[in-house]
Each structure stands twice: as structure tokens, then as C-alpha cells.
Design a protein around this ligand. Structure first.
Ligand SMILES: [Zn+2]
Length: 280
């Protein structure tokens, strides 16, 4: 499989989910082997920030990248959309602190990527295989990665809620599967946690247009999938895996995990996987 980039610049504007602040970004084509790189053009001097696990500033509720006191938050749905559609290289000029929420999923980005075209480049994609199992855990949350010829993600959640009990999903991750089965799944929250979130400065830009709200009476807006919550967790994990900088060939099984544990897995995979260029 060759590396890929966007066919033409893609512009996105909107408010962030957590800060509620307006931001805009333009995704430009980039050279092979450059990876996904943000450029905050609204600070002086402009700051380059590579989408890499070394640049993770925090992972509380969302993933924030940061360097030299400059941050970009809630990168996961954008990174999932790019990686899920096979974009290896892009330069993202960003004005603002938080990625626009759009509809809370990666579907609008996927549509824009398909409209603009995806270009194959002259270098092979960086792929890595796993020799032995990796297990990270915290309390009730676990993630296990085992060797596999292809990337498969299996996820289990249970929020002990009448409308959000056990949900399980398992997919071999391809661009088609990502577009159809994962990208449309929206970020979600529960009505009982909204007040606490707002008090702590989260979800300030949240609305029924950019998040799925689960109330005691059920979802506030129609579900896109019966198990939309667990599919969104897979979307989040894909965004976090993109910070590896290579495509991991393994089966990942996650139970009740969060960004913090996803990133712990990414760090472990980063040190244990053998990167090589290979046709997949
Ligand atoms: Zn998310």
C-alpha cells in the first residue's frame, strides 16, 4: 500500500466541543514520510506540532497536543478521519485552540476527503507487526493487543445505564469499513454528567447538533447505529492509534477504556513493534 495525501486543500470551520471557541483549519497535501503535522498560524512565530504521541499534552476527556506552551485540543476525531481514510501525510494550518466539532463524528471530514480526492504517493506506507501480546490496564479498564495479519479492533463498553448497557463491536479496519461503520458514530455524553462537565470547563460548545446526549428516557436524538457508543469508542481509539506514526498489524481488544489507556497502549506499541515498509 502506498502512502496517501489529500488531493486538494480542505477547509473546515466551526466551534470546538469543549471550549466552544471558533476555529478554522485547512488540510493541505504534504510530502511522503512527513506524517500529519499541525501548524498554528495564529501565534507568533507559527508553531509546528506533529501528530505524534510524544506531543500529547493531556488526555483528559479529549486528546490535546502541545509544545512550547501552544496547544491544539480535541484532535482525535479529525485524526481518526484522516487515518481511517488512509491519509498518511498532511499539513494542517490551524487558527484556534480546538478542532471544530462539526457533527461530533468523522463523517463530515470523510465526505470532504472523498470530494477533494485522495492521492497515492511514491512511498510505501509504514507498517509494523507485533511479535508478542501487550496488555495495559487501569481498574476495570483493559486493552490487549495480540499479533494479527491485519488491524482488527474489538471494543466492549458498559455504562450501567438502561440505554447504554453492554455494547460490543469488532471490525477489521479498512477504509470502507471506517467510512461506513465507524466514521458516522458521534461523540456522546450523559445528561447526569453535563453539569459537572460544564463546571470543569468541558463540553462548553456541546449541543444536540454535535454530540449524542443520552438521557434517562433514552437518546435525545435518533441513533445512527444501535451500538453507536461503542463504535464511537473505536473511532476514538483509531484517532489515538494514528499518533503511532505507522500502521499496526495487530488485534486490539479494549474493555471500558479511555483516551488515557489508549495512549498507554500507543506508547507500548511504539516501543514493541518492528516498523518496516511493506505492501498491505
Ligand atoms: Zn470521541
Amino acid at each position: 500500500m502506498q502512502q496517501q495525501t489529500v488531493g486538494k486543500p480542505i477547509r473546515i470551520e466551526g466551534n470546538g466541543l469543549h471550549t466552544g471557541k471558533q476555529a478554522s483549519l485547512t488540510i493541505h497535501p504534504a510530502e511522503p514520510n512527513s506524517g500529519i503535522v499541525f501548524l498554528r498560524v495564529d501565534v507568533n512565530p507559527p508553531i509546528f506540532l506533529k501528530a505524534s504521541v510524544e506531543n500529547v499534552h493531556s488526555a483528559q476527556r479529549c486528546v490535546t497536543l502541545g509544545k512550547d506552551g501552544i496547544t491544539i485540543s480535541t484532535v482525535e476525531h479529525l485524526l481518526a478521519g484522516l487515518w481511517g481514510m488512509g491519509i498518511d501525510n498532511a499539513l494542517i494550518e490551524m487558527e484556534g485552540e480546538e478542532i471544530p466539532a462539526l457533527d461530533g463524528s468523522s463523517a463530515p471530514l470523510v465526505a470532504l476527503l472523498k470530494d477533494g480526492g485522495i492521492i497515492r504517493q511514491g512511498e510505501r506506507r509504514k507498517v509494523a507487526s507485533l511479535k508478542e501480546g501487550v496488555w495495559v490496564r487501569k481498574g476495570e479498564a483493559h486493552i490487549v493487543a495480540v499479533p494479527s495479519p491485519r488491524l482488527r479492533i474489538t471494543y466492549f463498553v458498559d455504562y450501567n445505564h438502561s440505554y447504554a448497557s453492554e455494547q460490543i463491536a469488532s471490525f477489521v479496519i479498512t477504509e470502507d469499513v471506517f467510512e461506513r461503520e465507524i466514521a458516522p458514530a458521534r461523540t456522546f455524553g450523559f445528561d447526569y454528567e453535563v453539569e459537572t462537565l460544564l463546571r470543569n470547563g468541558y463540553a462548553l460548545g456541546g449541543s444536540l447538533e454535535n454530540a449524542l446526549l443520552i438521557t434517562k428516557d433514552g437518546p435525545a436524538t435518533p441513533l445512527r447505529f444501535e451500538n453507536e457508543l461503542v463504535r464511537h469508542k473505536i473511532l476514538d481509539l483509531i484517532g489515538d492509534l494514528s499518533l503511532l506514526g505507522f500502521y499496526p498489524k495487530c488485534h486490539i481488544l479494549a474493555i471500558k477504556a479511555s483516551h488515557t489507556l489508549h495512549l498507554e497502549l500507543v506508547r507500548q506499541l511504539s516501543s514493541k513493534m518492528n516498523i518496516r515498509r511493506w505492501i498491505i
